[in-house]
Design a protein around this ligand. Structure first.
Ligand code: G1P
Length: 297
């Protein structure tokens, strides 16, 4: 019986410079799609997958994240007095039981692999998940839950994967794919942001991982990879040679790159159109002003 995955690491130390000036005083993970912060999408997905311990790798200036997950007694009291049950319910989903959440500082921005390694003492010898909050995935069954179910069959190390346009492939970690069955792809090689001509495929790693503690050991040597950073991809790639236990999971769902402004906008529009309380008004605005602006004149 394979260990259950109950811990997840959320690397949230990045400066979010692509969203300046907003991110001058707000962590980018608090930016909202409609009315829910990016971090809440990640937490909801983790909870649905059975995660019970949440490890945030943070940096200076991320204090608002800690407050976000705390209780808000004054606000709750005021909503209770006004009998606003719906809003109280929404608030309740943002709080964490005592001890369920831990914050670890990444002192120097040395890369994703280093951020994950910073959480090593809290992981000890269990399998763990990693969720990158920039990758928001809309799916009937949340992406990490799909992966946990597949992981229960195969174990080892598993990354989420999807095809990306070949001309954009070098912005990603890419896999060299072997056989595929039931959405589980054998991984024969893995490389972080190669030049286009060196790309092994256009199947990209997306920000969901289920990993063995061995990956943390691999990160101990702090080998520097693409972009001069310590790369998680490299630590996983080592396992392909050493243990041959790396798979990729071709998830069902639509992924939005919320680390980019255009991806963030696409997610905002899509999520707004999914909301029963917003859909009709928003759609008629789009139809009258954006899709056929002349009709509105
Ligand atoms: C990270 C990973 C990369 C992966 C990508 C997915 O890169 O290093 O392997 O393909 O996330 O979003 P980043 O986009 O943080 O540079």
């Amino acid at each position: 019986m394979k260990n259950k995955v109950t811990k997840a690491i959320f690397p949230v130390a990045g400066l979010g410079t692509r969203f300046l000036p907003a991110t001058k005083s707000i962590p980018k993970e608090i930016l909202t799609l409609v009315d829910k912060p990016l971090i809440q999408y990640a937490i909801d997905e983790a909870r649905a997958a059975g995660i019970r311990e949440f490890i945030f790798v943070t940096s200076r200036g991320k204090g608002a994240l800690e407050d976000y997950f705390d209780s808000a007694p004054q606000l709750e009291e005021s909503l209770r007095k006004k009998n606003k049950k719906d809003l109280l319910d929404i608030l309740r989903k943002t709080t964490m039981p005592s001890g369920a959440i831990a914050y670890i500082r990444q002192r120097d921005p040395l890369g994703l692999g280093h951020a994950v390694w910073c959480a090593r003492r809290l992981i000890a010898d269990e399998p763990f998940a990693v969720i990158l909050t920039d990758d928001v995935i809309a799916a009937e069954k949340p992406c990490l839950q799909q992966m946990v179910e597949a992981y229960e069959e195969v174990g080892g190390n598993m990354v989420a994967a999807m095809e990306v346009p070949p001309e954009k492939a070098s912005a990603y970690g890419l896999i060299k794919a072997g056989e595929e069955a039931n959405r589980i792809i054998e991984v024969k090689g893995m490389v972080e942001k190669p030049k286009l001509e060196d790309a092994p495929s256009n199947i990209a790693v997306i920000g969901r991982y289920i990993l063995t503690p061995k990956i943390l050991e691999n990160l101990d040597d702090k080998a520097v990879g693409a972009g001069g950073e310590i790369q998680l991809t490299d630590a996983i790639a080592r396992e392909i040679n050493e243990s041959d236990n790396v798979t990729a999971y071709r998830f069902e769902g639509k992924r939005f790159d919320c680390g980019s402004k255009s991806g963030f906008l696409e997610a905002t529009v899509s999520f707004a159109l999914e909301r029963p309380d917003l859909r009709d008004d928003f759609l008629s605005f789009l139809e009258n002003n954006i899709m056929s602006p002349k009709a509105a004149q």
